[in-house]
Design a protein around this ligand. Structure first.
Ligand SMILES: *Cc1c(COP(=O)(O)O)cnc(C)c1O
Length: 463
């Protein structure tokens, strides 16, 4: 055990981690990164197939971003947005408005995805007060939704394993069926029938309850933290049409799917959806520094305008809101998107993922390998035909991910779903290598299953 592992195990409580298993097993210490590669303190190389938990976009230690941060650092490290302006946050706001859907013209900065969602919830709630409809105060969310870990964000979430312990602490919401065809228990034969049933369910609810509903919040196209659950084509458009028709705000949480992950700059663009609010984080600073943003329409922003003693101010903010260095990283990242034409370069990368996933889908214990642009989820099943999962105690997917480190691959699972989310800068060759290494690990673990050597893996990186 090296010095850092000793210190870590003595002092650190890790996120989403069962510390008992963590302490018992050897752990990796990352020393440095370069492009899509990470290196541990022994000099061993790993491909970063989860973009350092979904944040990295243009690779590690990207020259242009490093330089932009250093240049800003030589001017000032942080200057508050409470009562003052700073240069990079102003320039980044202009760019964010440019690259997001039409109509989202104002940017409220915060620190991360959860706080971007918290701000959206409070803004939606207060907006209706100022718009003369204080009775519109409730929220609609999706089954298996995840919007962050602070208490408000957990209230609009409902991934059973993560959230059930906190129920008594949360405000209640109306939950509509999770829009994942593979997982639905609805009696539907096709994706089209499923889509119609989902939209009918939503409309039936809105007809009765829109009058007291402030907003609906969705993660568009792919519910990532719930296990890469993907939505039928037309779903987000249908949700937008209905929320508009019944006068309910639509908040899209693009914290995970934004900044090119779905193959376009933002997920809503696939169906030309114009939301009332958009939450951004993760890829916003290309994986460099914490930063969140909640974008809103002029109509929402204007509702908060008033005289000081009307007390319509949005009383919300964080110490590091609009941090100079994070915004400088965000600006540099958007410049790379432009200069390198990053989005236009994605199709051959997505095609490489598609080819591998087609093959992986045919593997014996793979129930469903699904892809949405640069996002992928591989869901394991003990009995593929009847969709019977493995005993969760076996920690199958976690074991595969842990075992993959041997082959130089960093990847993570959520339950029995292996999440594949490479940095957008990964070349087709690098993606090919990542998925080949993953396959090796899968085959090895699957062999153990076939040979009935199914001992639980002692500490997979499972949530
Ligand atoms: C990660 C995530 C969040 C929370 O972001 P943090 O930066 O971890 O607080 C919110 N929504 C979605 C969709 C996410 O994937």
């Amino acid at each position: 055990m090296n010095k850092w592992e000793e210190l870590d195990k003595k002092y650190i409580w890790h996120p989403f981690t069962q510390m008992k298993g963590w302490l018992k097993n050897p752990q990796l210490v990352i020393d440095h990164g370069d492009g899509v590669k990470l290196y541990d303190t022994d000099g061993k190389e790993y491909l970063d197939a989860i973009s350092s938990l979904w944040v990295n976009i243009h690779g590690h230690r990207r020259k242009e971003i490093n330089e932009a941060i250093i240049a800003e650092l030589n001017k000032v490290e942080h200057s508050t947005l409470l009562g003052l302006i700073n240069e990079p946050s102003a320039e980044l706001a202009e760019k964010l408005v440019e690259v997001t859907p039409e109509g989202l013209n104002k940017v409220f900065y915060s620190d991360d995805g959860s706080t971007a969602v918290e701000a959206a919830i409070k803004i939606a709630f207060q907006y209706w007060n100022y718009a003369g409809h204080p009775e519109k105060k409730d929220f609609i969310n999706l089954g298996d939704s995840y919007h962050g870990d602070t208490v408000g964000a957990v209230s609009v979430g409902n991934v059973e394993v993560f959230h059930k312990a906190y129920k008594p602490l949360l405000f209640s919401t109306h939950r509509v069926s999770c829009p994942s065809f593979y997982h639905t228990k609805m009696d539907v034969r096709s994706e089209k029938e499923f889509l119609d049933a989902l939209l009918k369910e939503l409309e039936d609810y809105l007809k009765e309850h829109a009058s007291h509903t402030a907003a609906m919040i969705i993660e568009p196209l792919c519910q990532c933290a719930a296990g890469m659950l993907m939505q039928p084509k037309g779903y987000i458009k249908g949700v937008r049409d209905l929320t508009k028709k019944y006068n309910v705000l639509l908040i899209v949480d693009e914290v995970a799917v934004g900044f090119g992950r779905t193959g376009l700059m933002y997920a809503c663009k696939h169906e030309n959806v114009l939301p009332d609010m958009m939450c951004l984080s993760k890829g916003i600073s290309a994986g460099y520094l914490p930063l969140g943003a909640t974008l809103v329409t002029d109509e929402i922003y204007n509702a908060f305008l008033g005289e000081p003693t009307e007390y319509k101010t949005f009383y919300h903010g964080h110490s590091y809101t609009g941090n100079n260095l994070a915004c400088a990283a965000g600006l540099a990242s958007l410049r790379i998107f432009e200069n390198d034409d990053v989005i236009a370069g994605l199709p051959p990368k997505m095609e490489m993922i598609r080819q591998h996933f087609e093959r992986i889908n045919a593997m014996e214990f793979v129930g469903d390998a699904r892809q949405c642009g640069m996002l992928g989820g591989i869901e394991l099943m003990r009995d593929k035909a009847n969709k019977v999962p493995f005993d969760p105690g076996l920690l199958m997917a976690g074991g595969i991910c842990q075992n993959a480190r041997k082959y130089g691959l960093i990847i993570r699972n959520i339950g029995d779903v292996i999440v594949f989310m490479p940095p957008l800068c990964s070349t087709p060759v690098e993606i090919d290598e990542m998925l080949s290494r993953l396959t090796k690990s899968m085959e090895e673990i699957f062999d153990r299953v076939r040979n009935r050597n199914m001992d639980a893996f002692s500490d997979p990186c499972a949530f």
